[in-house]
Ligand binder design. Structure first.
Ligand code: NDP
Ligand code: 2IT
Length: 445
């Protein structure tokens, strides 16, 4: 394989899709050696077949606001690869949503889902709809209009969507309700469902919990724990909330959360009722983090800045892609931060990752560290298929076990001669091998 040649071709075929190019390049650079050691991958043209999604669907989503004014958004579902199981991946509602962002997310999802050890292929979808400032009834009408198109192309054994940015329990409820009405069936069609209608315990917390379980394993490779460590978290959404809960439970001190408007620095620690307040903030639909400082005296709001300037031991970026750049990475390193574990998808730019790795700092990519969300979605699907509900402990134990196994896989495939664990390489190789071998086994389809 020649990475530059493949990338040139990819850029030519998918012009302007910079996030997608970024995600593919990272994977190709990591797997180049393994790929070249296995000539049957080349003869089966595995890379060319992997970087072209199986299907890209876009559709019109018309809806009326509370004043009766009509709006038209664009809906997407990208079914990327189903070699190891039904397509699986979230739906994102955000004005920045476009083909590039969804293709990067769908491509990442293939390897992430493979790492979970559960039978799930890769997909992603969503819309450029902006949930900010919308009423509940507007959100419901939008979700119903989207589902009117989506229901024909998804199914419990075909393609199982879930949440992502802008899509949480409320949106999954409206989507599920309308699917049930259209299809006249109750099946495990979406994950992240409410606990009364087919959801799994621990799914809301799972991405954040999983990220912290993964970081715990990273720290253990240095004989360390979360006890007494200062932790910077970005975002204040679903993932940030779960991560903050688990860090506090393990004795760490979360000193930041952030929103697009700036960040909160709370040197006394964000725990207990302060973490619950994050949920209230998120539920306002305003998407600003500043009110935290009005509610709690210990919290200071730093407008227009990112949390990476605060002196911490551990950083968990949990907001969005490319939110931590090279300059931020140097701030963290200069301040003595020695473990970065991605809760979001691709939050660190390639230059930031390079800065961490060149200093021998612990760094874990989202496709390994945030796989707990989709893994628990897989556990929700399993419970739906069996028509039973597992206890909180049963789900949490399984999640914990999955995250520990992913960590072991990364160490196995990513440890270099000096003993440094390159988690990016380890995750990409482990995720890739399972999918590539499955594609070879199943012939040219
Ligand atoms: P939420 O919508 O609950 O929270 C994310 C919020 O972060 C967005 O509303 C966004 O606000 C805000 N944000 C955007 N840019 C920044 C920034 N620069 N600094 C701080 N905040 C910002 O989404 P989730 O918590 O579900 O998702 C967060 C990340 O985790 C995403 O990368 C997602 O793909 C990933 N993820 C989510 C999983 C899940 O189960 N939910 C599973 C695995 C990964 P705004 O709208 O104003 O831009
Ligand atoms: O990025 C992700 O892994 C998610 N948004 C969760 C996907 C899922 O199907 O649970």
């Amino acid at each position: 394989m020649n990475v530059d040649l493949i990338m040139n071709e990819l850029v030519k075929k998918n012009p302007g899709e910079v996030e997608y190019h970024q995600a593919v390049r990272e994977v190709l650079e990591s797997i180049e050696e393994v790929y070249n050691e296995n000539p049957h991958f080349e003869s089966a043209k595995i890379i060319e077949r992997l970087v072209e999604p199986d299907r890209v669907m876009t559709f019109k989503v018309p809806w009326a606001d509370d004043q009766g004014t009509i709006h038209v958004n664009r809906g997407f579902r990208i079914q990327f690869n189903n070699a190891i199981g039904p397509y699986k991946g979230g739906l994102r509602f955000h004005p920045s949503v476009n083909l590039s962002i969804l293709k990067f997310l769908g491509f990442e999802q293939i390897f992430k889902n493979s790492l979970t050890s559960l039978p799930m292929g890769g997909a992603k979808g969503g819309s450029d709809f902006d949930p900010k400032g919308k009423s509940n009834s507007e959100i419901m009408r939008f979700c119903q209009s989207l589902m009117l198109e989506l229901w024909n192309i998804i199914g419990p054994d075909t393609d199982v969507p879930a949440g992502d940015i802008g899509v949480g329990g409320r949106e999954i409820g409206y989507l599920y309700g309308f699917y049930r009405k259209l299809a006249r069936e109750n099946t495990g069609i979406l994950t992240g469902k409410g606990i009364n209608w087919g959801g799994s315990l621990v799914r809301p917390e799972a991405t954040g919990f999983g990220c912290v379980y993964f970081a715990k394993e990273m720290l253990a490779t240095k004989g360390e724990t979360f006890q007494g460590k200062k932790v910077a978290i970005s975002g204040f959404g679903n993932v940030a909330w779960g991560a903050a809960l688990k860090v506090s439970e393990l004795g760490g001190k979360v000193v930041t959360i952030s929103g697009p408007d700036g960040y909160i620095h709370d040197p006394e620690g964000i725990s207990g009722e302060k973490i619950e307040f994050m949920l209230e903030l998120r539920a306002t639909n305003d998407d600003i983090v500043a009110p935290y400082a009005l509610e709690f005296d210990s919290g200071q709001f730093i407008q227009g800045k990112r949390p990476w300037e605060v002196k911490v031991d551990i950083a968990l970026p949990c907001a969005t892609q490319n939110e931590l750049n090279e300059e931020d990475a140097h701030h963290l390193i200069d301040n003595g931060c020695w473990c970065i574990c991605e809760g979001a998808n691709m939050p660190c730019t390639p230059e930031a990752v390079e800065a961490f790795q060149s200093k021998g700092i612990l760094f874990a990519p989202g496709k390994a560290a945030n796989a707990g969300g989709v893994a628990t979605s897989g556990l929700e699907m399993a419970q739906n298929s069996m028509k039973i509900n597992w206890s909180r402990k049963e789900v949490d134990d399984r999640l914990h076990h999955i995250m520990t196994s992913i960590h072991e896989n990364c160490v196995e495939h990513g440890t270099n001669e000096e003993g440094y664990v390159d988690y990016v390489k380890g995750a990409n190789i482990a995720g890739f091998l399972k999918v590539a071998n499955s594609m070879v086994d199943q012939g040219l389809v």
